[in-house]
Design a protein around this ligand. Structure first.
Ligand SMILES: Cc1cc2nc3c(=O)[nH]c(=O)nc-3n(C[C@H](O)[C@H](O)[C@H](O)COP(=O)(O)OP(=O)(O)OC[C@H]3O[C@@H](n4cnc5c(N)ncnc54)[C@H](O)[C@@H]3O)c2cc1C
Length: 411
C-alpha cells in the first residue's frame, strides 16, 4: 500500500501496530487455534494481548488528551482509525472488534457525556487494559428497521425508560451486543416517549456494569470474530441516576458521531481480514505443489489471485474516499460510509471464498487456520446493519423524498 499521503505520526503508528500483529497477535492465533472454541468466554483471549495493545498506544484512542488519552489529529482522526483497524484485524478481527468499540464509544462520550462522567470513565478506560465499553441498540423485536424511514410509534424500541424522581427506570433487553458479555460500561438506548416516532422518542443512557437490575444474560457463541465476546443484556427495573442520561428524545439522530466513524471502522476491519486472506493465499500458491507445479503456475489459480487483489484495492479506494469525507464532514459522508461498509462486506466475502478454495482441503481444516478468515468475513455481512438495510440507507440518503418515504400508510 502506498503511504505517501500518511503523516509521520500515522506512519509510526502503523509500523508499531504491524509489529504488534506480526510479533504477538499472529503467533498467538497460529499457536492457539483451539482457544477460539473455549466455551468459557473469559478464557479465550489472554490479558497480555490487550496489554500489548496498550503498549503500542492504541487501546484508548478517541479519549481526549486532558483525560489521559492519545489525541489524534481531528482532521484525519477517522482515517487514522481506519488505518489502525485494518492493521489489527489483519491479525485478528475479534481483537479489533474489542478495541474499536472502545474508540467509538469514547468518541460518543466526549461529545455527549457530562464532564464529571467523562472524567470518571475515561480514567478507568485509560487505567485498566482490560476495560471494555459497549453500545446497545439491537433488540429481539427490531434492529435494522430503526434506520429505515419507519418513524412510527409501532416500530419504536421496546426497551422503555421512565423518569421516577431523580432516576430513570429502564426495563427491556438488548441482543447481539459487541463486548456485551464483558464490558464495564454500556451505552443503552430506550424509548422515553411511546406516543411519537423513534427519531423523537428515543433516549440514550450511560449504564455501569454494576447497576442494580442489569443482568448479562449470556455470551453468544458467534461464527467468527470469536475473540470479541458478544452478549445479551436484560434490564429489570434498572435504576440509572438522572445525570447518566446522555441524550433525551433525539438520541438516534445524535448517534451519528458514533455511526459515521463506526461504518468506516467496520469496512477497515473487513479490509484487514481480506488483506490477511490474500497474504496467506499468495504464500500458499507459491509454495504448494499440485500437478507437478506450484499452484500459481496453473492459470486458473493465478486468475483468482488477481481477482482477490483487485477486490481488495477497490475496497481500499472506496474506504479511503469515505473516511476522508467523514473527516471533512462532507455532505455525502453518510452515503459514502454506508457504501464503504456494505461494499467491503460483499467483496471481502468473495476474497475469503477464493482464499479457502485455493487452499483446497486445507482451507476447510480448523488447525490450518484459513477457514477462520472465511468465518470472520461472514460476520461483516450482519454487523452494523445487514446488506439490504445498508443499501436501503444509501438510496434513502440519495433520494429522501421518494425512496426515503415510508412505503406504508400515506401520511
Ligand atoms: C457480531 C455482531 C456484533 C454486533 N454488535 C452490535 C452492537 O454492538 N450493538 C448493537 O446494537 N447491535 C449489534 N449487532 C446487531 C446488528 O446490528 C444486527 O444484527 C443487524 O442490525 C441486523 O439486525 P437483526 O439481527 O435484528 O436482523 P433483522 O432486522 O431481523 O433482519 C433479518 C433479515 O430481514 C431483513 N430486514 C429486516 N427488516 C427489514 C425491513 N424493514 N425492510 C427490508 N428488510 C428487512 C434484513 O436485511 C435481514 O436480511 C451485532 C451483530 C453481530 C452479528
Amino acid at each position: 500500500m502506498s503511504d505517501t499521503h500518511l503523516s509521520e505520526e500515522q506512519r509510526m503508528m502503523r509500523q508499531s501496530c504491524r509489529e504488534f500483529v506480526d510479533d504477538v497477535v499472529l503467533p498467538f492465533i497460529r499457536g492457539n487455534w483451539q482457544r477460539e472454541w473455549d466455551m468459557n468466554p473469559d478464557g479465550r483471549l489472554p490479558p497480555d494481548i490487550l496489554e500489548g495493545a496498550e503498549r503500542v498506544g492504541i487501546r484508548a484512542l478517541g479519549v481526549p488528551e486532558e483525560f489521559g488519552g492519545i489525541e489524534l489529529d481531528r482532521g484525519s482522526e477517522v482515517q487514522t482509525f481506519a488505518m489502525i483497524s485494518e492493521e489489527i484485524a489483519r491479525g485478528d478481527s475479534g481483537l479489533a472488534d474489542k478495541l474499536v468499540q472502545n474508540w467509538k464509544v469514547a468518541v460518543l462520550l466526549r461529545n455527549l457525556a457530562p464532564r464529571h462522567l467523562q472524567e470518571k470513565w475515561f480514567a478507568r478506560l485509560v487505567a485498566e487494559p482490560s476495560f471494555l465499553m459497549a453500545h446497545c441498540l439491537t433488540e429481539p423485536r427490531g434492529a435494522s428497521d430503526r434506520w429505515l424511514p419507519y418513524n412510527v410509534p409501532e416500530a419504536a424500541m421496546t426497551t422503555r425508560a421512565v423518569k421516577q424522581g431523580d432516576h430513570w427506570v429502564i426495563n427491556g433487553r438488548k441482543q447481539f451486543i459487541s463486548n456485551g458479555y464483558d464490558a464495564g460500561l454500556y451505552v443503552v438506548y430506550a424509548n422515553t416517549n411511546p406516543a411519537v416516532g423513534m427519531m423523537q422518542g428515543t433516549s440514550s443512557f450511560l449504564v455501569p456494569r454494576d447497576t442494580p437490575g442489569l443482568t448479562v444474560a449470556r455470551c453468544n457463541e458467534t461464527l467468527g470474530c470469536r475473540f470479541m465476546n458478544n452478549g445479551e443484556l436484560v434490564f429489570e427495573d434498572m435504576r440509572v441516576p438522572e445525570d447518566h442520561l446522555l441524550v433525551e428524545s433525539d438520541a438516534l439522530g445524535k448517534a451519528g458521531v458514533y455511526f459515521r466513524p463506526g461504518k468506516i471502522i467496520q469496512a477497515a476491519k473487513n479490509l484487514g481480514v481480506g488483506v490477511r486472506a490474500f497474504e496467506v493465499t499468495a504464500d500458499y500458491v507459491q509454495n504448494y505443489v499440485q500437478g507437478g507445479r506450484i499452484l500459481i503456475k496453473h492459470q486458473a489459480v493465478a486468475l483468482r489471485l488477481a481477482d482477490m487483489a483487485t477486490r481488495i484495492e477497490a475496497v481500499r479506494a472506496l474506504l479511503a474516499r469515505a473516511a476522508r469525507a467523514v473527516d471533512d464532514n462532507d455532505a455525502d459522508a453518510d452515503t459514502l460510509c454506508n457504501m464503504a461498509k456494505v461494499y467491503a462486506s460483499e467483496e471481502i466475502m468473495k476474497v475469503a471464498q477464493h482464499a479457502v478454495e485455493l487452499h483446497g482441503g486445507n482451507g476447510m481444516m480448523l488447525d490450518f487456520g484459513v477457514e477462520k478468515l472465511f468465518r470472520d468475513a461472514a460476520i461483516f455481512l450482519h454487523m452494523d446493519a445487514t446488506v439490504d438495510i445498508s443499501k436501503l440507507k444509501i438510496v434513502k440518503s440519495m433520494f429522501p423524498h421518494t425512496a426515503g418515504k415510508y412505503a406504508g400508510a400515506e401520511a
